[in-house]
Write a protein that binds this ligand. Structure first.
Ligand SMILES: [Mn+2]
Length: 245
């Protein structure tokens, strides 16, 4: 189904930063991501899972991440992944760090949740991983797109299983899940490399982990027939400078 005219938007899509502590490689990748966000001027940032590596993250790092995302001003959408799932001691459960960041939105509903950004005419849906022990179907239960004229962006953290639906791995995403969603773009996380999974009729990409892929994905939502996705590689010199200081 095609919607009426939608204004062009730019999305910065990343995942799998696996932040653990200050002054390590992951933290430098996060800083490179912040620079990339400033350089590419997205309307929206989507972090498709595993922003944090585990649930025992120091308060100072959680505060730094929340404040850094707040300073980007544009909406930042976070999906909890399998490493940073929504278990009781999750960084996302510590509301004092997130409550005053009105531009940060975290998917929290176990069965999936719609987040609508009225100003951008963007509707998002995502289903968080809620515990270390439970498997989920990351795109299971995604609703049909709404006829509201919005761009429709799904966010999912899991393993692409192709046409096979019965692989004995966790967090499986099938080709049918993606095709049947009918949404404009599926922002995927969990894999380390930037990769196109499906280009039509639904575009679905892994952004890749900044540590392995060396950058983020930039998604230009242009019109109903054109969505451009490309990798934005971090500046090598600034990375080397960061790594040697
Ligand atoms: Mn993962």
């Amino acid at each position: 189904m095609k919607d009426k005219y939608k204004p062009p938007r730019r999305l910065l899509h990343t995942s799998d930063l696996h932040l653990q502590s200050f002054n390590d490689g992951a933290c430098r990748d996060f800083e490179a991501f912040l620079v990339a966000a400033g350089q590419t001027k997205p309307d929206l940032i989507v972090i498709a899972g595993d922003l944090f590596d585990h649930h025992r993250i120091g308060n100072d790092l959680i505060a730094y991440v929340a404040e850094s995302l707040k300073r980007l001003v544009v909406p930042a959408i976070i999906l909890p992944g399998n490493h940073d799932c929504l278990e009781p001691t999750s960084p996302y459960r510590q509301s004092r760090f997130w409550d005053n960041c009105s531009n940060i939105h975290i998917f929290r509903e176990p069965d999936g949740e719609i987040i609508r950004l009225d100003d951008l005419a963007i509707t998002l849906w995502g289903k968080p991983i809620t515990s270390y022990s439970e498997d989920i179907a990351p795109l299971g239960g995604i609703p049909h797109r709404k006829g509201n004229g919005d761009w429709h962006i799904a966010v999912a953290h899991g393993l692409y299983a192709g046409d096979e639906g019965n692989v004995s791995r966790s967090y499986l995403i099938t080709r049918e899940d993606i095709m049947c969603s009918g949404w404009d773009y599926v922002a995927l996380g969990h894999m380390n490399l930037f990769k196109c999974i499906c280009s039509a009729p639904v575009k679905a990409y892994y952004s890749g982990s900044p540590a392995i892929s060396g950058g983020v994905a930039i998604v230009d939502l242009i019109d109903d027939t054109k969505i451009d996705v490309r990798q934005y590689v971090f500046d090598v010199n600034s990375r080397i400078a960061a790594e040697t200081t």
